[in-house]
Design a protein around this ligand. Structure first.
Ligand SMILES: [Zn+2]
Length: 336
């Protein structure tokens, strides 16, 4: 789902109540910061909430909790043609947000609001900005003109220029409690898989869990798990595995690897979370290994993921082959 496809009039997700209330209060008391960074793991609905804030800021009566949907301003937002609301995202997922796009933002923010109200920019994901683009944005954050708001969304805040981060109020989105997510998720799952397991596979991120239900994601995820195991047990070569990975959505795949690694780390360090079969073999193999090795690999996967999401356009084959070779070496080192 892209920013521009998101429908007007939706509510916050059930696990976002606290953030939403805080934002509503800040808007009502006219103390919403001009720069906000919605930061946290992917798939918890940060962009969704940022858009709700944007819609609410545009709504003229501003006395209902959600944007009213009836005023002229809301009608324009609904039609996707409000001149004072700007949505910025990469042209395609995984591509960079370039300086031209950010120049449009700075020009937009420098002008007077056409409808006489506020001006709002939602930009997602912030880590997709090139360094030149991020630097160009800094000035707008330093000297916001008039009643203007810049809502940045980031799945990997470490990939956002620190000078940008320090000029924004940070809103952190952690993994929501399962008891808030499962009543929402369960009716969407059907009988393909247990909702608890699905949420776990998605690293506790509800929207990542529903993404797993799309197309052949569940099968791809299972294939990934099998591949990691097969390479570890010497039933498959690293280049063969890397070739399989190359054919898939790299960012999604590496995100799944990270989720699985973090569960494995928890299981190895605290003996927690080992109830799923795709962890047992690894626990058995690596039970006496040094978790620090696994942790370094987790970080390396994170850097590779960032390379794909930041629009750096890395050589995917080389990067994935390196990760597969490292995984083989890691399993050997951990099995000693
Ligand atoms: Zn309205």
């Amino acid at each position: 789902m892209t920013l521009t496809e998101t429908e007007f009039g939706l509510s916050p997700y059930p696990w976002q109540g606290e953030h939403w209330q805080g934002l509503c209060t800040a808007i009502a008391q006219a103390r919403l910061p001009h720069g906000l960074l919605f930061s946290g793991i992917a798939g918890v609905g940060k962009a969704h909430l940022a858009l709700l804030v944007a819609h609410k800021l545009m709504c003229t009566p501003a006395n209902s909790e959600l944007a009213c949907g009836r005023c002229k301003s809301c009608q324009l937002v609904k039609a996707g043609s409000h001149p004072d609301l700007m949505l910025i995202e990469p042209e395609a997922p995984g591509k960079a947000i370039k300086i031209d796009a950010v120049r449009r933002v700075t020009e937009f923010l420098a002008k007077t609001a056409q409808q006489g109200g506020r001006k709002v920019v939602v930009l997602a994901p912030a880590e997709a900005m090139t360094t030149a683009a991020a630097n160009a944005l800094l000035k707008s954050l330093e000297e916001p003109a008039g009643d203007a708001y810049l809502l940045l969304v980031s799945h990997q805040a470490s990939g956002v220029l620190s000078t940008i981060r320090s000029r924004c109020r940070l809103l952190s989105f952690g993994q929501p409690p399962a008891q808030q997510v499962l009543p929402w998720l369960t009716p969407l799952v059907g009988n393909r898989i247990a909702p608890e397991l699905l949420l776990d596979m998605a690293g506790g991120a509800p929207l990542a869990a529903t993404d797993l239900l799309e197309g052949d994601c569940l099968e791809n995820h299972q294939g990934l798990m099998k591949g990691l195991e097969a390479l570890a047990l010497g039933q498959m070569g690293p280049l063969e595995l890397a070739a399989q990975w190359l054919a898939q959505d790299h960012q999604q795949l590496l995100g799944w690897v990270q989720v699985w690694l973090s569960r494995l780390l928890r299981a190895l360090q605290w003996g927690a979370g080992g109830e799923h079969e795709n962890l047992t073999w690894a626990q058995r193999l690596m039970g006496r290994g040094d978790p620090a090795i696994l942790h370094r690999y987790y970080e390396k996967v994170g850097r590779a993921r960032l390379a794909f999401s930041s629009g750096a356009n890395p050589n995917a084959q080389l990067l994935l082959e390196e990760l597969a070779l490292d995984w083989q070496a890691l399993c050997r080192a951990m099995a000693k």
